[in-house]
Design a binder for this molecule. Structure first.
Ligand code: NAD
Ligand code: IPM
Ligand code: MN
Length: 424
């Protein structure tokens, strides 16, 4: 069988430091499980850009698309390139260029002590954000007029297409269905952005009705969502939102799970396993940590887990997540999560755990399972593979009739529970 080819792009700052550990983990899992994986290191990022002007050449973009099953990206962003042009070319070249419309960002605390909220623990932090990844203000449409003068005008267009909104919302509902969740929250700012986000509301209403009564759609303004996420994150399991809000919410979410050093993500074309997908930690290049060997590698290791699950190896992801959880429990980790180890030592500890756990596993060789190609977006294993205590109960259901009766003002989308009219 042809091996699955994985492109590795370290990028900038701490990116190469954490991707190095991601690569070592991939190599270990490949060796232990005899997986048909081929790794392809690419020299892209600020250094390359400053050296020869290369950002994301068309031939590389096409080669990845044609030959690779997945990309592991570290981070992009370098103080020497303040305009971020290389970062945009590479990052958006993949997210938008490969039409990876779903940026799936699980926010899951692996230990009570990582949750910074008073009286809350790991069981309270377990939700997944579906961030629209190809539209919104990220498309780069706009311009500047009379630049540098007192009459200057600067415009960034916010692009929301029916197709784009529908497919990300549907993906969130499908995920909820696969994982047995009964509520999908959609966050927007339709009270201020009446044109763009009225479209989101309308589509959300339509899709909510399709999945009712098993799954209910609940609408929440994004500013209020930030409040509720801090007050009680256990209310949330699946959140769908636009590109910009998804970016912001997932940094907030990362804080709930122990910081950016713990947050993983996948960029996928919905549940389509047949095209290249891109995996990256949520964090950036952390220039303050770069070169110090102090970056937390766990976000990248968990991201490698998501990639393996996507490639058809969900057990391997489980093993990696459990090993990272143990490292946290035993403080075999970097200072940001309460340890004293450096990047390499923390990752090496996890690798050793993974090695032992994989040796204990006995199941079908990976080679055969890749052929099956049954690839969940974020595999069911993530929802319950660790003993974090019972899942909190969902907020009490509100019937649609009740929702409308209690409404303080007309809310013209009967398929959606309106949070601001009917607070939980
Ligand atoms: P950042 O995520 O790099 O860092 C924010 C904070 O989190 C810093 O205090 C940093 O030390 C800490 N942090 C981040 N990753 C960590 C890790 N693995 N271990 C321990 N601590 C960690 O965000 P920023 O400082 O706003 O941005 C720095 C650069 O990265 C900018 O150029 C930005 O545009 C870029 N960026 C890139 C990506 C990406 O490539 N996907 C994501 C976010 C930011
Ligand atoms: C992220 C980052 C990027 C984004 C930046 C670097 C453009 O913050 O991946 O979260 O906004 O998507
Ligand atoms: Mn971000």
């Amino acid at each position: 069988m042809k091996p699955a080819k994985i492109a590795l792009i370290g990028g900038d700052g701490i990116g190469p430091e954490v991707v190095r550990e991601g690569r070592l983990l991939l190599e270990l899992v490949r060796e232990e499980r005899n997986l048909p994986l081929e790794l392809w290191e690419l020299d892209l990022g600020a250094d390359r850009y400053l050296r020869d002007g290369t950002t994301f050449p068309a031939e590389v973009r096409v080669a990845i698309q044609r030959e690779c099953a997945a990309v592991l990206l570290g981070a992009l962003g370098d103080p020497r390139v303040p305009g971020m042009e290389h970062a945009r070319d590479i990052l958006f070249g993949m997210r938008q260029g490969y039409d990876l419309f779903a940026n799936v960002r699980p926010c899951r605390a692996l230990s009570d002590r990582l949750v910074p909220l008073k009286g809350r623990g790991a069981r309270d932090v377990d939700f997944v954000v579906f961030r629209e990844n190809t539209e919104g203000i990220y498309v780069g449409m706009g311009g500047q007029f009379k630049r540098g003068t007192p009459d200057e005008v600067a415009i960034n267009e916010d692009i929301n297409t029916r197709k784009g909104v529908e497919r990300i919302i549907r993906t969130a509902f499908e995920f909820a269905k696969k994982h047995g969740h009964s509520v999908v929250h959609m966050a927007d700012k339709s009270n201020a952005m009446r044109h763009a986000h009225e479209l989101w509301l309308r589509v959300f209403d339509q899709i909510s009705r399709e999945y009712a009564p098993d799954i209910r759609g609940k609408h929440v303004y994004v500013d209020a969502l930030c409040l509720y996420l801090i007050q009680d994150p256990s209310q949330f399991r699946v959140i769908v939102t636009n590109n910009l809000f998804g970016d912001i919410i997932t940094d907030l979410g990362a804080a709930l799970q122990g910081g950016l050093g713990m947050a993983s993500s996948a960029n996928v074309h919905g549940f389509d396993a047949g095209r290249v997908a891109m995996f990256e930690p949520v964090h950036g290049s952390a220039p303050d940590l770069a070169g110090k060997g102090a970056a937390n590698p766990f976000a990248c290791l968990l991201t490698v887990g998501m990639m393996l699950a996507h490639l058809g190896y969900p057990e391997e992801e489980q093993v990696i997540e459990a090993a990272v959880a143990r490292a946290i429990d035993e403080r075999q980790c970097t200072p940001d999560v309460g340890g004293t180890l450096g990047t390499q030592a923390a990752a090496a500890w996890v690798r050793e755990e993974v090695r032992q756990a994989l040796r204990a596993l006995h199941s079908t060789p990976g080679r055969e399972r890749l052929a099956a190609n049954a690839l969940p977006l974020v595999p069911p294993a993530r929802a319950g593979n660790l003993a974090l205590g019972p899942a909190p109960s969902s907020p009490s259901p509100t019937s649609l009739q009740g929702t409308q009766r209690k409404a303080l003002r007309p809310f013209p989308f009967p398929g959606i529970h309106c949070w601001h009219c009917n607070p939980p």
